[in-house]
Design a protein. Structure first.
Length: 90
């Protein structure tokens, strides 16, 4: 078995990022290379408020969790989504 230099937690975050990236690319029609942790949904990925609502709904389905409206408003970047999912998944 090949051992990664990264810890298990990092690998889990990587898996979440891969899944988030796929949803963002599919939903927003952006290039995967543009979907970075620091990328802002509105400024960098040209998402409007409807896009963000749809993204949140799809993320809830994908990760089997509920994101409150209050929390959704705080999510500004791809990294925010990954952190939120990591902190709230069961």
């Amino acid at each position: 078995m090949k051992k990664s230099s990264r810890g298990g937690e990092d690998m889990a975050e990587e898996d979440v990022l891969v899944r988030v990236k796929k949803i963002v690319v599919d939903r927003l029609g952006v290039d995967e290379a543009d979907v970075k942790l620091e990328a802002s949904f509105k400024e960098d990925l040209d998402a409007d408020s409807l896009d963000i609502v749809e993204l949140v709904m799809e993320l809830e389905d994908e990760f089997n969790l509920e994101i409150s409206d209050e929390d959704a408003e705080k999510i500004q970047t791809v990294g925010d989504v990954v952190s939120y999912i990591e902190n709230h998944k069961s």
